[in-house]
Ligand binder design. Structure first.
Ligand code: FAD
Length: 484
């Protein structure tokens, strides 16, 4: 470490160099600086207009722009479909998609510029350009203007993220066949939109354009809808999405797509044989894969697993001394908050502080309407483990707050162990599920029992009461719903 911890011995030498300034890398850099280490954070991201920004996929092309559009389109949908029920009369509701996109871009700009300010305040040196790890913890930095220099560090953190997975039968052909980023930037509402992949991203993007009037067909190869989620939750979500007009076709394998004029002809096969569907735009959202292109020289010793993820242990050590890897480029769910906590853990471990990550309580959220959120094990997983369990559910229909919101679809469900009552999983489909799940995450982090939640006072009338009542229902003691 340099003698003055915040001033590197030379402009090219740091305690820590982080490659990647997405939601894994930039928090790692900030925490390392908070730990009084000298830090550089390198990122090569360029937006479609050529501007170089920090924030990675999440801020530029993922979590943030998608949530901005989900919010705007939900308001548009509610103005059309729900305001009249509230007694609000609106006439001439129109869509200004250019303004909607401008608002989204403004949010992205504010958030990414926020990282510049955070770096400055923390004393992190932010560098726009490509970083490549060389042996001996040297990092070759190539700035966007092509100039090159070699930096050195005591520790290097690889946080290079992920990229959309291509589908070999259906290569990207913008503007007709696009990835998720392309689907966030449409300048007109497609009359008919095809989405390949009914995962989190496919459902969110499908919802955005459906609410603006697109006929949306989602084609999913797996036979079950949201196969990775609790199936009671998945069934309820599917029912709601179908009611909204999302045409979800499961067990359907896409074999190709051809573009002619402004139409994309998609062919797929399902149980009934070969099928075709014609759409104006097609989004390929079949998942993401780790991105490690040109990230490290072959003789550094960093290794990839068979799926292309950088190999790490439970503390994100790569096995090469003082080289760490975090976020989407390593095993585990590809989620911004998972990467952030790994970044914080690694930065604390580097500073010889306590650092640990509880992979068992990572929340998952799908920001559709209704929202879907869960943490811990599904009922199916608990059943398969052989552990005896009990469940409690509470429908939002019985929640005064949900009724006031006119959002009574869905329920909160808790799965708890029968022997010691420990909460094993919480599953919510309904209004603000993504916010409500935080209480469940905290409860599980502290190994709470359902009785702990039962004995915790929840304000009335709030949506959080649904979680409280679901906990009571685990022991058939719900007050506001009939115990079954
Ligand atoms: C449409 C969409 C919506 C999403 N919504 C959510 C959501 O709501 N919640 C959620 O938790 N997750 C969401 N995700 C996933 C989330 O975006 C990722 O999990 C998250 O961005 C991963 O963070 P990361 O820092 O590991 O990688 P990234 O965000 O991908 O950042 C990696 C950065 O590293 C840079 N980089 C790579 N290699 C180099 C190199 N050699 N030199 C310099 N720089 C390099 C890249 O330019 C990039 O900026 C969404 C994703 C998409 C696509």
């Amino acid at each position: 470490m340099s003698s003055d911890p915040k001033s590197p011995s030379s402009a090219d030498s740091f305690d820590v160099i982080v490659i990647g300034a997405g939601p894994a890398g930039y928090p790692a850099a900030i925490r390392a600086a908070q730990n009084k280490l000298s830090v550089a954070c390198i990122d090569e991201w360029k937006n479609h207009d050529g501007t170089a920004t920090f924030g990675g996929t999440c801020l530029n092309a993922g979590c943030i722009p998608s949530k901005a559009l989900l919010e705007s389109t939900e308001l548009y949908h509610r103005a059309h479909e729900e305001f009249a029920v509230h007694g609000i009369k609106l006439e001439g509701i129109g869509l200004d998609l250019a303004q909607m996109q401008k608002r989204k871009s403004g949010i992205v700009r504010a958030m990414t510029q926020g990282i510049v300010a955070l770096f400055k305040a923390a004393g992190v040196t932010g560098l726009h350009g490509h970083g490549r790890l060389l042996p001996g913890r040297k990092v070759e930095f190539t700035a966007h203007d092509g100039s090159r220099r070699t930096l050195s560090a005591r520790h290097v953190v690889l946080a290079s993220g992920s990229a959309p997975m291509p589908l070999s039968s259906t290569p990207f052909k913008p503007p007709h066949i696009v990835d998720s980023w392309g689907a966030l930037e449409f300048e007109a509402v497609p009359k008919r939109l095809g989405v390949i992949g009914c995962g989190v991203i496919g459902l969110e993007l499908g919802s955005v354009w459906r609410r603006l009037g697109s006929e949306v067909v989602i084609i999913e190869a797996l036979p079950d809808f949201l196969a990775f989620a609790d199936q009671q939750l998945a069934r309820e979500a599917l029912r709601q999405f179908k009611k909204q007009g999302l045409d979800i076709r499961t067990g359907a394998k896409v074999s190709g797509a051809t573009v002619s004029g402004n139409a994309v002809e998609v062919t797929y096969s399902d149980a009934k044989g070969e099928q075709r569907v014609s759409v104006e735009r097609l989004v390929v959202a079949i998942g993401r894969r780790p991105y490690t292109k040109d990230l490290f020289a072959p003789d550094t010793g960093v290794q990839l697993d068979e799926r292309g993820f950088i190999k790490v242990d439970e503390h994100c050590r790569t096995g090469v001394e003082n080289v760490w890897a975090i976020g989407d480029c390593v095993r585990g769910p590809m989620l911004a908050h998972k990467g952030k906590e790994e970044g914080v853990m690694v930065a604390d471990l580097i500073a010889a502080r306590y650092g640990e990550m509880n992979y068992k309580v990572i929340p998952f959220v799908i920001y559709t309407a209704p929202e879907i959120a869960w943490v811990g094990l599904t009922e199916e997983q608990v059943k398969a483990s052989g552990r005896d369990y009990k469940t409690g559910t509470f429908p939002f229909l019985a929640s005064g707050r949900a009724r006031a919101l006119e959002q009574t679809q869905g329920f909160a469900k808790i799965v708890a162990a029968r022997n010691d009552d420990e909460i094993l999983g919480v599953h919510i489909v309904g209004p603000f599920a993504g916010e409500l799940i935080a209480e469940a995450v905290l409860a599980m982090e502290y190994s709470a029992s359902s009785e702990d939640l039962q004995r915790t006072i929840h304000a009335h009338p709030t949506l959080a009461e649904a979680v409280h009542e679901a906990a009571l229902s685990v022991d058939k003691r719900s007050i506001d719903s009939i115990n079954r």
